[in-house]
Design a protein around this ligand. Structure first.
Ligand SMILES: C[S@@+](CC[C@H](N)C(=O)[O-])C[C@H]1O[C@@H](n2cnc3c(N)ncnc32)[C@H](O)[C@@H]1O
Length: 281
């Protein structure tokens, strides 16, 4: 279970996140693209809040075998970038689920602007108690989000419940490379709103416990070191828009938190994993 304090901490973190709808539209305007005639090809450089952008998503979707006739669930969908990209490129239906209302509303508006709202929809809800029917989705994805979820057992059991028999769960996430020392764990929880960060092995074990066969399990840690260092530079380049929207204190707070977070990857405390598993038919 997530406590009310943990939940409101994560929601506030994303309500005041440097990557947001206003910032995305400003970036597009700077490129001379009007917010009235957007496509996901325009949005894709700005609306993917995970590592490696649409290339990483395409790899994940290829391994998962996501096709046009699939209905995909994007668990912790943020502003809906990955959901839109899959619908745009593969023509599949995608439902995004997220518990930050401002992200869900932004995802809906951006999808309307990109004229993808006939293929994508967004549901406001918690990934550990999904307001969704059992055995509905052909595939389920998640990217760089589940580190915020304290109850990984409930998360994985919900993921498996909503998949059709034979369906695929495919995700990437931040994982521990060895047990975190308590001060590092406490600082990540306080600043980045992480919770019980999993190891790759514990995710695989939970999937197996829920009857799934793990079909791919890749360590992304080395690739992510470089990506994260560049991402810190990208956040610093958003200084002006972040200060204009949320004030200088929030910019400095985020910069301190993200610098420490990136240091944990460079120092081999944190890493990344991509796991794909199949629910029995
Ligand atoms: C890094 S962002 C998501 C990014 C998105 N996957 C992407 O690649 O663009 C993480 C998201 O997880 C959501 N989130 C965290 N915990 C959640 C939970 N228990 N249930 C639903 N959403 C959650 C946050 O609200 C936030 O929008």
């Amino acid at each position: 279970m997530i406590s009310d304090a943990q939940k409101s901490g994560v929601i506030k973190f994303y309500d005041t996140h440097p990557i947001n709808e206003v910032e995305i539209l400003a970036k597009l305007a700077a490129r001379g693209i009007s917010s009235d005639v957007l496509t996901e090809d325009d949005l894709k450089d700005f609306d993917q809040d995970h590592y490696g952008g649409t290339e990483a998503l395409d790899t994940l979707a290829d391994i998962a075998g996501i096709r046009r006739d699939h209905h995909v669930l994007d668990v912790c969908s943020g502003m809906g970038g990955p959901s839109r990209w899959l619908a745009h490129r593969r023509g599949c239906r995608v439902t995004g689920l997220d518990f930050t209302a401002s992200r869900v509303e932004a995802a809906k508006r951006l999808s309307q602007r990109a004229r993808l709202d006939h293929l994508v929809d967004f549901v406001h809800g918690d990934a550990t108690a999904m307001p969704l029917p059992a055995s509905r989705y052909d595939a389920l994805i998640g990217q760089e989000s589940w580190l915020h979820i304290p109850d990984k057992a409930a998360l994985i059991s919900e993921c498996v419940r909503v998949l059709k028999p034979g369906g695929t769960v495919a995700f990437t996430d931040i994982v521990t490379r060895s047990a975190l020392d308590p001060p590092t764990e406490a600082r990540l929880a306080a600043e980045m709103h992480t919770s019980n960060i999993a190891s790759a092995e514990s995710y695989a074990a939970l999937l197996k416990k829920n009857g799934c066969a793990v079909v791919a399990h890749d360590d992304l840690s080395d690739d992510w070191k470089e990506i994260l260092v560049k991402r810190l530079e990208m956040y610093r380049s958003l200084r002006d828009t972040t200060i204009a929207e949320f004030g200088e204190a929030r910019f400095l707070e985020y910069d301190k938190a993200y610098s420490h977070f990136v240091g944990c990857f460079v120092g081999d405390k944190l890493g990344g994993v991509r796991i794909v598993a199949r629910k029995p038919a």
